[in-house]
Ligand binder design. Structure first.
Ligand code: IPE
Ligand code: IPE
Ligand code: MG
Length: 290
């Protein structure tokens, strides 16, 4: 029987879901599923049972998201810091992750699972691109970093939810959530309910226009900064050729166009090479663990 799809919303939940769907809905929600051990302590069950119920709660939450028409979910399953926990706890979590995620993956394709942060990798990969001569140092920009993140095929999360009352991000999607609606909820993850999710979406809806405005302004600002950098480069090129940029607007436009077309070409070449490099790395990892 399907793990995610089994069980529908109750009549009352469906009714409220339909009301909330009349407003702007998130296309992507990220969860920091926190509080499993406190839950285990509170209910006087084994720690591993707390983690196991946490994974079950994820399946339930995915079902709610599916019913609400939210097409993408990202979860923080394990942080680098979490490796500092006792060996038995780490082993137990890894076993659960293997079992439960493979079951989830069989059923659902809209779940992204993060095990560690990735910004430093993306920066290293851009440096590799420059070293290999695929990129020019001037190609390094925030938009290129976006494209190097593992999440590059997804829209940024509209909402980031952290449970258990902790109000920090613990290195999770730091780059991607700068304009997300951050929702910190006191409920322990295994006790998360449809109504907690409902409340988070309401918060997003109440802040939607402000968030949207901030995102648009940020995108505009990025474009403006890139154009300013390009204009400075072209002015310098023309100066070196003994020409005045201000004297010939058409010439400046043509050079600007060429500059951005060449950059786009280099970036595409680099991204293709990066994809091959990553595929190769994964294949080698697969062989090593076989
Ligand atoms: C979150 O719950 C699950 C993981 C970090 C893997 P915790 O294990 O952090 O539980 P608390 O926060 O200590 O209660
Ligand atoms: C946070 O782990 C990451 C997950 C919930 C997967 P912790 O609950 O250990 O958080 P910190 O390290 O105390 O911030
Ligand atoms: Mg915790």
């Amino acid at each position: 029987m399907s793990w995610i799809k089994e069980g529908e919303l109750s009549l009352w939940e469906r009714f409220c879901a339909n009301i909330i769907k009349a407003g702007p809905m998130p296309k992507h929600i990220a969860f920091i599923m926190d509080g499993n051990r406190r839950y285990a302590k509170k209910c006087q069950v084994e720690r591993q049972e707390g983690h196991s119920q946490g994974f079950n709660k994820l399946a339930e939450t995915l079902r709610w998201c599916l019913n609400l028409g939210i097409p993408e979910v990202t979860v923080y399953a394990f942080s680098i810091e979490n490796f500092k926990r006792s060996k038995s706890e780490v082993d137990g979590l890894m076993d659960l992750a293997r079992q439960k995620f493979s079951r989830l993956m069989e059923e659902q394709c809209f779940l992204n699972v993060c095990f560690a942060h990735e910004i430093s990798n993306a920066v290293r990969e851009m440096a590799w691109g420059v070293e290999q001569g695929l990129l020019d140092p001037s190609d390094i920009s925030e938009s290129l970093l976006d494209k190097c993140l593992y999440t590059n095929r997804s829209p940024y999360p509209d909402i980031l939810i952290r449970t258990s009352g902790e109000v920090r991000l613990s290195d999770f999607l730091l780059w991607q959530t700068s304009h997300s609606c951050l929702v910190f909820q006191p409920v322990l993850w295994p006790e998360y309910t449809f109504w907690n999710l409902f409340e988070a979406i309401l918060q997003f809806q109440m802040n939607h226009s402000v968030l949207q405005k901030a995102r648009d302004m940020y995108a505009e600002e990025r474009k403006r900064q890139q154009l300013e950098r390009d204009q400075a480069t072209v002015t310098e090129q023309l100066r070196q050729e003994g020409l005045q940029a201000s004297g010939d607007a058409q010439l400046q436009r043509t050079r600007l166009h060429k500059l951005s077309a060449r950059r786009e070409e280099r970036v595409q070449g680099f991204l293709q090479a990066l994809e091959l490099k990553r595929a190769d790395c994964l294949a080698r990892l697969g062989t090593a663990s076989a």
